[in-house]
Design a binder for this molecule. Structure first.
Ligand code: FES
Length: 293
């Protein structure tokens, strides 16, 4: 009953603009956690999406690169903390539990994302983390002002209040449940074995381009020219979005922050924030077939 009244009061006490921010940020943070929980590569060291691979790719451009370098050995732990933290912040905010702390946590995460992954995005407004920082800060002060003087709205939750502890435990349980459920929905990519045919020479004439799933499950793209066949991973080396081939520009382009790669030159970076070329995938012609080797 007390939790119910806290929930209702938490929505009533905030102004409409603050509640709009709260709803948007709460849902977005839960979705961000869900996105990571359902990503089969996020905590898988063999995957190009692996959190450690992402941290590694930020080092050359991040102002906190030295710090990230030290964190890489704990990448899986950092992945879990981020995933559970996003769920917990989202649920706490929507439920009205420790909202000031949740807003500060959201701000801290957005600041970290900005300093690591979107620092090199130019112009800055194409990266969303600075906008999230501003939203979290605005919401933090709105919550703070609306709850003035009330003990239950203190910045630091009162851990000697049993109901408050139960509420915090409820938020933690929801975060763990979200991560567990996400694991059940994790996409199982078809992983053709190395050596299996990708396509045939008849199906891919000279000048042709063919998208396929590589042996490790990542999206890939195959080119056939007069010189032979070659292929690249389609995972962008900036933040792991999937690049696509633009035939008129003869470039592989990333839809997220505009990185461009030249497939005719080893997928070297031609523009945008990507720190290095796309990974190449070894392929060969075997008789009438094109295979991954
Ligand atoms: S993910 Fe940022 S440019 Fe590709």
């Amino acid at each position: 009953m007390a939790s119910h009244s806290l929930f209702t009061r938490s929505w009533k006490q905030l102004s409409i603009p603050a509640n709009i921010l709260r709803l948007w940020l709460g849902i977005t943070w839960i979705y961000a956690g869900w996105n990571k929980a359902t990503d089969s590569g996020f905590l898988n060291q063999a995957s190009p999406h692996y959190i450690g691979a992402q941290l590694d790719s930020y080092i050359p451009t991040s102002p906190i690169g030295f710090f990230l370098r030290h964190l890489i050995e704990h990448a899986t732990l950092i992945g879990w903390v981020t995933l559970l933290g996003e769920f917990a912040i989202g649920f706490a905010l929507l439920a009205g539990v420790a909202m000031q702390l949740a807003a500060l946590g959201g701000f801290a995460l957005s600041l970290t994302f900005w300093l690591s992954s979107t620092w090199s995005v130019k112009p800055y407004f194409l990266g969303s983390d600075t906008a999230y920082m501003a939203m979290w800060l605005a919401l933090f002060f709105a919550i703070r002002q609306s709850g003035k003087g009330r003990k239950s709205d203190a910045l630091i939750p009162n851990l000697s209040d049993r109901r408050e502890v139960v509420r915090l435990a409820g938020v933690a349980a929801l975060a763990v449940a979200g991560a567990f459920l996400g694991g059940k929905f994790r996409a199982k990519n078809p992983t053709p074995e190395a050596g299996a045919a990708i396509t045939t020479l008849t199906a891919l004439p000279i000048g042709g381009v063919f998208k396929f799933v590589a042996a490790d499950g990542q999206p890939a793209i195959l080119f056939r020219t007069k010189a032979g066949v070659f292929a690249y991973s389609r995972i962008c080396t900036h933040q792991g979005c999937t690049v696509d081939y633009n035939a008129s520009a003869n470039l592989l382009q990333c839809p997220c922050h505009g990185a461009q790669f030249d497939p005719a030159a080893g997928a070297k970076v031609m523009g945008g924030p990507a720190p290095r070329p796309l990974s190449s995938i070894k392929v060969a012609i075997k008789g009438e077939k094109i295979v991954q080797i």
